[in-house]
Design a binder for this molecule. Structure first.
Ligand code: HQG
Length: 195
C-alpha cells in the first residue's frame, strides 16, 4: 500500500472511530469498540472500499498505532483522541516526572492563563518526548512546547492514564504545572517585555 493511501484510510478510521460514527452508520459501544465486519460493510456501502486485509494492514502500520483490534480481532477501536462519549477503561498510572504538550503559539497566552483544557476531546493529550509534542503542536500552527510537571500533579491528586498507543491523558493541567520550553519568542507571544 502506498503511504498516501495508508494516511487516507487512517484519517477515515479516525473520523468514524473517534468523531462521527454516524457518518457511515456504525455504532461504538461504551468503550469505543465496534464490530469489524459491520465496519467493513458500512465503509464499503458509504464509498470507502475496505477489506479485512487492508484494515489489518492499516491497524498494524499506522504511524501512531491509533487503532486497536481486540483479542478476537472481531472488534476495533481508536486508542485515544475521541470526541464522542466513550469510557476507554484505562486505569490510573504513575506519570513520568515531566511530560510534554505541543500547542500553537497563538494559544499560549490563553493556556498560561487558564491551563490546558481538553476542549472537544476527552482528555488533555501529553507525550513522554519533546518530538511528539512538537509534531502535535505543528498541526495547529507555529509550535510551542510546554513542559508539564506530571509528578507534582500526581502528588496533588490529579490522575493520569496511558492509552494503548502510549499517549498520556489527564483531565486538565492547571497553569501552575506548566513551563514554556525552549521557545525564544515566548515573551513576544505573551506580549510582555523580556525580564
Ligand atoms: C489547545 C493527535 C487555548 C491545545 C495528537 C491544542 C494528540 C488551549 C488545542 C491528540 C487551551 C486542542 C490531541 C486553552 C488547550 N486555551 N487553547 N486554555 N487548552 N488548548 O487537537 O493535544 O494524531 O483537541 O494546546 O497526537 O493538539 O489525531 O488536541 O492545541 O495526541 O492521533 O487546544 O491528537 O492525535 O486541539 O491533539 P486538539 P491536541 P492524532
Amino acid at each position: 500500500m502506498q503511504a498516501k493511501e495508508l494516511i487516507r484510510l487512517s484519517k477515515f478510521l479516525s473520523l468514524v472511530l473517534r468523531h462521527r460514527p454516524q457518518l457511515i452508520g456504525i455504532i461504538l459501544d461504551e468503550q469505543g469498540w465496534t464490530d469489524v465486519p459491520t465496519l467493513l460493510q458500512k465503509a464499503n456501502a458509504a464509498g470507502t472500499p475496505l477489506d479485512i486485509e487492508t484494515l489489518r494492514f492499516v491497524v498494524e502500520n499506522n504511524n501512531k498505532k491509533r487503532f486497536v483490534l481486540d483479542e478476537t480481532k472481531g472488534r476495533i477501536r481508536a486508542a485515544q483522541g475521541h470526541s464522542v462519549e466513550v469510557a476507554l477503561g484505562y486505569s490510573a498510572q504513575e506519570p513520568p516526572e515531566i511530560l510534554y504538550h505541543g500547542t500553537a503559539e497563538r494559544f499560549l497566552k490563553s493556556i498560561l492563563e487558564s491551563g490546558l483544557q481538553k476542549r472537544q476531546r476527552h482528555h488533555v493529550h501529553l507525550s513522554r518526548d519533546v518530538e511528539t509534542a512538537r509534531s502535535v503542536g505543528s498541526r495547529h500552527g507555529r509550535p510551542v512546547i510546554l513542559e508539564v510537571r506530571g509528578g507534582a500533579m500526581q502528588n496533588a491528586g490529579f490522575q493520569f492514564f496511558i492509552s494503548e498507543n502510549g499517549v498520556w491523558l489527564t483531565d486538565e493541567v492547571p497553569a501552575e504545572y506548566l513551563r514554556v520550553l525552549s521557545f525564544p519568542d515566548a515573551e513576544d507571544a505573551l506580549n510582555k517585555p523580556p525580564a
